[in-house]
Design a protein around this ligand. Structure first.
Ligand SMILES: [Zn+2]
Length: 186
């Protein structure tokens, strides 16, 4: 933590493995008015019996103007939109660290980060910030607990993110997030 990043790379050279790459990448459209974002996968697959075909992703995923506020989108990416953590590995490292607590001077911080990651939605690449949502609406913020309950009651999943203490990952569509915020404001 804090000192360096160590990167271990495994290179796949088979044509089959290469075909999976576009499935893990997405363009991002982010609204210039309300910061809503939408992911546009580069590729998709179609399965038929035992064969899998690799095709370009369907698009566009957003209209010219944001459906939530009417402003234009900025485009970014491609970003990595597949899971960024191996959850089994994170869980096993966390239990290793806990079993050798004395060996880690930064134990509290390391275990906090690993715990957050282990509880993070693995299949949601980006997160919203309650702070930013409220800045857009110029309203006071609901507590994270209230907001989380609203998302869960609407039938979606939600978690924190190790990237930002105020960040929340969810599989709810942006329009659901905005509906919840409308209810809060009104
Ligand atoms: Zn917008």
């Amino acid at each position: 933590m804090d000192f360096y990043v160590r990167v271990f790379v495994r290179i796949y050279t088979s044509a089959g493995a290469m075909k999976n790459t576009p499935l893990k990448l997405s363009y991002v459209y982010q609204c210039t008015g309300c910061d809503s974002f939408h992911l546009q996968p580069l590729g998709r697959t179609v399965s038929k019996n035992t064969s899998v075909r690799y095709l370009p992703g369907f698009g566009p995923i957003v209209p010219q103007e944001c459906t939530d506020c009417g402003k234009k989108y900025n485009m970014g990416g491609p970003i990595w939109s597949a899971p960024i953590h191996d959850q089994d590995w994170v869980t096993s490292i966390l239990s290793d660290v806990k079993s050798m607590k004395a060996r880690y001077p930064a134990f509290d911080r390391i275990s906090a980060v690993l715990t957050t990651i282990s509880e993070e939605l693995p299949d949601v690449p980006l997160f919203v910030s309650l702070h930013n949502l409220c800045a857009t609406l110029k309203c006071t913020s609901p507590s994270a607990v209230v907001f989380r309950s609203a998302v869960i009651n609407a039938g979606y999943r939600i978690s924190g993110t190790h990237v930002n203490p105020l960040g929340l990952k969810s599989d709810a569509l942006m329009e659901v997030i905005w509906d919840i915020m409308r209810c809060w404001v009104s």
